[in-house]
Design a protein around this ligand. Sequence first.
Ligand SMILES: Cc1cc2nc3c(=O)[nH]c(=O)nc-3n(C[C@H](O)[C@H](O)[C@H](O)COP(=O)(O)O)c2cc1C
Length: 196
Amino acid sequence: MSFNPKNPATLDLLLNRRSEKSKRMTGPGPNEGELADILQSGMRVPDHGKLAPWRFLVFQGPAQKKLSAEMARCFVKEGGEQDSSRHIAQMNFAHQAPVLIVVVSRLTRDHKIPTREQLLSAGAACQNLLVASHALGYVGQWLTGTGAYSKGVAKYLGLGENEAIAGFIFIGNSNSALKERPRPEFDDIVTYWPND
Ligand SMILES: Cc1cc2nc3c(=O)[nH]c(=O)nc-3n(C[C@H](O)[C@H](O)[C@H](O)COP(=O)(O)O)c2cc1C
């Protein structure tokens, strides 16, 4: 007797889900209840040592615009070229979709659980946020880019020295069919280890 009931719809989602480009996302985004479910799903990931090595910062509306402005300011302050295409991309970054979740990886150093495993758990959180968004009929995308590595942006977000941005997860709607991207060949990735 299995305690995990069969759920073919979930398998179908996993086999077919794909991301949408954030800059193509439209509204509406998830409502308050849906967003709470998406965030709960993000917290329900394998986590060796129960360290919860992640936290989520949710940006919507004006908070997104403020973050974009801050990202653009940091870009120039940290040596980026004013009015360049990369600068403009930062100016428009955080509010390109209805919802932005910044997934912060939060490492406990000098712990028996290696930091590498803690970081992997943050990756799993990012993926669960995407899958839950897709399950609710939204589209999502996981981005990093310049802002994810900016000291200024980290400071604006109040990140500690043990923290870093694992991903910017954008969630929204899409008006058009999602484009598939090339996927690796099964046999290039999977090896069934011989028994003899
Ligand atoms: C950690 C991480 C960072 C990423 N950062 C970017 C990025 O900055 N820009 C970008 O165009 N794609 C980035 N991607 C790829 C996008 O998420 C892309 O939409 C994704 O690979 C599409 O795959 P999917 O359709 O299976 O979701 C990143 C992916 C990962 C895992």
